[in-house]
Design a protein around this ligand. Structure first.
Ligand code: FES
Ligand SMILES: [Fe+2]
Length: 346
């Protein structure tokens, strides 16, 4: 894989739903090809460490965590939440060994609105921060979360999910849309921090369903931001819904698509059991098409991205390239996206 296709390291990635990690618990994850241990300590704070014991390579997540320290299951070496080694039980008195020489690499971790994010780079202060949904309280948590693993490298997973032209072909379903429902669309886009936004507008499709569910006039705004976050906000009357889709590279070939839905209308929670199979079916359609696409991509074909349907894909590549360059040249990121109206038929 050439360097530009590798996932951005100076970036926060979605790691897990907060609710999956209890106090005194750990979770094992693979992100950006690295084994990651997520933990929540006694005080409720999350942390992330490389999930490999520096002694002889045992996954630390297989050990015991007491809310303060993690003990490796092989020879009992212990590590603090900062990754520093605190004890080597096999040492006897008189054997001098500097514990400070042993540590596990630590990643920055944080929680935002019910999700845990991990940072892989050097400087989190200049990186795009994990997204905060303005219409929702800081303590809000997703009402529904679905994660699906895609056999697709991160770039194709990202542009596949932003792609406006595949809907009528891939997501054909009686409850969603048919090929015949395709029509011409024009949407206004503007640059946004580390990405771009499809400006607030009345949605053409599905608006009837939203109006029935929520009442009031429906408006929607969709934004994308590096490294791989898409946010769709829907307002109707006093209520708001947000679809947060955050993609995490598992390794060079695989991407986790994490889809979180937030809503403020309390009665929508009653629909959750009905909603979940729809969300899964929708994601499954994308996963299947991208798996098939891999069969062609393996031959490294030259691709033809066209205006305007593929413009968002081009913006993604330009944003990513600029972010890599700005980092290499140690200068501020300059958003390459220009305000524009894009037109396509879908
Ligand atoms: S491998 Fe972890 S203590 Fe030996
Ligand atoms: Fe799709």
């Amino acid at each position: 894989m050439d360097a530009s296709a590798a996932p951005l390291r100076e970036a926060w990635y979605y790691a897990a739903p907060s609710a999956r990690l209890r106090r005194g618990g750990v979770l094992a994850r693979k992100m950006l090809g690295e084994p990651v241990l997520l933990g929540r300590d006694d005080a409720g704070d999350v942390f992330a460490l490389r999930d490999i014991c520096p002694h002889r390579g045992m996954p630390l997540s297989a050990g015991a965590f007491n809310g303060q320290e993690i003990e490796c299951c092989y020879h009992g070496w212990r590590f603090g939440r900062d990754g520093r080694c605190t004890a080597i039980p096999s040492l006897v008195s008189g054997q001098r060994f500097d514990l400070a020489a042993v540590s596990v690499p630590r990643y920055a971790a944080c929680e935002v609105q019910g999700n845990i994010w991990v940072f892989f780079g050097e400087d989190a202060t200049t990186a795009p921060p994990p997204p905060v949904l303005d219409s929702f309280a800081p303590a809000a948590a997703p009402r529904l979360i679905e994660t699906m693993r895609f056999d697709s490298m991160i770039d194709h997973a990202v542009i596949g999910l932003m792609d406006p032209a595949h809907g009528p072909y891939v997501h054909r379903a009686w409850w969603w849309r048919t090929r015949r429902s395709a029509h011409e669309k024009a949407k206004t886009f503007a640059p946004a921090p580390f990405g771009f936004t499809m400006q607030r507008h009345a949605p053409s499709s599905n608006s009837r369903a939203y109006r029935l569910l929520l009442g009031g006039n429906v408006e929607t705004e969709i934004s994308f931001r590096l490294p791989s976050v898409r946010i769709e906000l829907i307002w109707a009357g006093r209520y708001a819904i947000a679809n947060l889709t955050a993609l995490t590279p598992v390794d060079d070939q695989t991407t986790d698509v994490n889809h979180c839905i937030y809503w403020t209308a309390p009665w929508l929670s009653a629909l959750r059991p009905i909603l979940r199979p729809y969300v899964r079916a929708f994601l499954r359609q994308d996963a299947t098409i991208m798996e098939r696409q891999q069969q062609g991509l393996r031959f490294n074909p030259v691709l033809s991205l066209i205006d305007d349907a593929d413009t968002q894909a081009r913006w993604y590549y330009r944003l990513k390239r600029e972010y890599q360059r700005a980092g290499a040249e140690r200068r501020p990121f300059a958003n390459p996206v220009e305000a524009r109206t894009l037109r396509w038929r879908s």
